[in-house]
Design a protein around this ligand. Structure first.
Ligand code: NAD
Ligand code: DAU
Length: 357
C-alpha cells in the first residue's frame, strides 16, 4: 500500500479517486482536516476497505512513524500543505509551520522508516513531494515557460514556503539518499475545488448572484490543468519517475484571468440562465489587486511527456465544461462547503473512527 498526506483536500481527494478507480492497492490517508480538508470529497470510499483515513498532522512524528511501522507502505506522497496565496498574505504562520516545518518532520519520519527497511524494500521505496510552479516566480509575456532548470524566485509567503519545502526534499536525497521525486504543477481546476480559489469562486458567486471579483486588471495569466490530468501525472511519476529528479506538470493552457471568468459566464448563460435573462458577465467587478501578484505562470511540460509518456487528456474548453457541470450537479456539496456544515458531516459519518490509526 501507499501512504498519502493531505488527501481530503482538492487535489489529494481527486488523486484517491483516480487511484482507487484504477486499481486495488490500498491507501492510508493522513490529513489534519484544516478548513480545506473535507471528507465529503471521499464519500465514495466511506465503506471501502482500500481507503484508510487517519486524522493527523504531517508534523506529528509519533503518529507518522507509528503508521509507517504498522502499514509498511512502499511509497509516501505528500500533498499536505496550506495552499492559498491570499491566506498566506493575511497570515503566513500556518504556511511556515505546515509547508516548511511539517515537511521537515515528515521527511525525518520517512527517513527513520526507510533506513530500517530491508534492502529490496529500501530500493523500491519512493517519496513523492507535490509542489507548485509558483516557486519559479513570475514570467513576462514573452519569456519561455518554466522548465525544471529555472531558478527558484518565489514571491508570496505561500510560494516561499513551498520553495523551502522543495529544497528540504532535495537535500534529504543528496545528504541521506532518501529516494525522492518532486513535481511542480501549474494551476489545477475541477471537482472538489474549495471555493476560495478563482474558478470555483466565480462559478458559485455567479450562481448566488454575487459580484465576480477580478484582481487588478484581470490580465494575469495562469496555465490551467484539469485536476485528474494532474493526478494521473503523479501516478506516472510514482511508477516511473527518476529518483532525485523534478518534473514540471502543466496543461499548455495559458489564459488571462478575465478570459477565464468570461468563459465561465458564457457557459453558465447556456447551462443555467439567470432568472432576469441578463448575462452573468454583468456581475464582473474589478477589485484591488493582490499584493505582489505574479503576472504570468506557464509550464514547459516536455520532460514529463518525454520521459513518462504522460499527456493531458483535457483541453481547457473540455475541462471547464466538466467542472461547471460538476458544480451544477452537486448543490449539496456546494451548500455544505459554503456553510461549513461539512465538519458536522465528518463527525456524523466517521465519529471516533477518524482518529483510529
Ligand atoms: P488544499 O488546500 O485543497 O488541501 C490541502 C490539504 O492538506 C487539506 O486537506 C488540509 O486539511 C491538509 N493539511 C493542511 N495542513 C496539514 C498538516 N499539517 N498535516 C496534514 N494535513 C494537512 O490544497 P490542494 O489545492 O489540494 O493542493 C495540494 C498540494 O498540491 C499542495 O501541496 C499544493 O501546494 C500543491 N499544488 C496545488 C495546486 C493547485 O492549483 N491547487 C497546483 C500545484 C501544486
Ligand atoms: O500555480 C499553482 C498555484 O495555483 C498553486 O500552487 C496554489 O495552491 C493555487 O492556489 C493556485 O494559486 P493562484 O494564486 O494562481 O490561484 P487563485 O485561484 O487564488 O488565483 C488565480 C488567479 O486569479 C490569480 O491571478 C489571482 C486571481 N484572482 C483570484 C481570486 C481568488 C482574482 O482575480 N480574483 C479572485 O477572487
Amino acid at each position: 500500500m501507499i501512504l498519502v498526506t493531505g488527501c481530503a483536500g482538492f487535489i489529494g481527494s481527486n488523486f484517491i479517486h483516480t487511484w482507487l478507480e484504477g486499481q486495488d492497492e490500498g491507501i492510508i490517508n493522513v490529513d489534519k482536516l484544516t478548513y480545506a480538508g473535507n471528507l465529503e470529497n471521499l464519500a465514495a470510499f466511506t465503506n471501502d476497505s482500500r481507503h484508510h483515513f487517519v486524522q493527523g498532522d504531517i508534523g506529528d512524528r509519533g503518529l507518522i512513524e507509528g503508521l509507517l511501522k504498522t502499514h509498511q507502505p512502499r511509497a509516501v506522497i505528500n500533498f499536505a500543505a496550506e495552499s492559498h496565496v491570499d491566506r498566506s498574505i493575511h497570515g503566513p504562520q500556518d504556511f511556515i509551520e505546515t509547508n516548511i516545518v511539517g515537511t521537515f518532520n515528515l521527511l525525518e519520519s520517512v527517513r527513520t522508516y526507510w533506513s530500517g527497511l530491508a534492502t529490496e524494500h529500501k530500493t523500491a521505496f519512493r517519496f513523492v513531494h507535490v509542489s507548485t510552479d509558483e516557486v519559479y516566480g513570475t514570467l513576462s509575456p514573452t519569456e519561455a515557460a518554466f522548465s525544471e532548470t529555472n531558478a527558484y524566485l518565489p514571491n508570496s509567503p505561500y510560494a516561499a514556503s513551498k520553495a523551502a519545502s522543495d529544497h528540504l526534499v532535495r537535500a534529504w536525497h543528496h545528504t541521506y539518499g532518501l529516494p525522492v521525486i518532486t513535481t511542480n504543477c501549474s494551476n489545477n481546476y475541477g471537482p472538489f475545488h474549495f471555493p476560495e480559489k478563482l474558478i470555483p469562486l466565480i462559478i458559485m458567486n455567479a450562481l448566488y448572484g454575487k459580484p465576480l471579483p477580478i484582481y487588478g486588471d484581470g490580465q494575469q495569466v495562469r496555465d490551467w490543468l484539469y485536476v485528474q490530468d494532474h493526478t494521473r501525472a503523479i501516478a506516472c511519476v510514482l511508477q516511473a519517475g527518476r529518483i532525485g529528479e523534478t518534473y514540471n506538470i502543466g496543461g499548455w493552457n495559458e489564459k488571462a484571468n478575465i478570459d477565464v471568468v468570461k468563459l465561465i459566464c458564457s457557459h453558465l448563460d447556456l447551462l443555467k440562465p439567470r432568472a432576469d435573462g441578463k448575462p452573468y458577465a454583468d456581475q464582473i467587478t474589478y477589485v484591488t489587486d493582490r499584493p505582489g501578484h505574479d503576472r504570468r505562470y506557464a509550464i514547459d511540460a516536455r520532460k514529463v511527456e518525454r520521459e513518462l509518456g504522460w499527456k493531458p487528456n483535457e483541453t481547457f474548453e473540455t475541462g471547464i465544461q466538466k467542472t461547471i457541470q460538476w458544480y451544477l450537479d452537486h448543490p449539496e456539496w456546494v451548500a455544505h462547503v459554503t456553510s461549513g456544515e461539512y465538519r458536522h458531516w465528518v463527525d456524523k459519518q466517521y465519529g471516533e473512527k477518524a482518529n483510529l490509526a
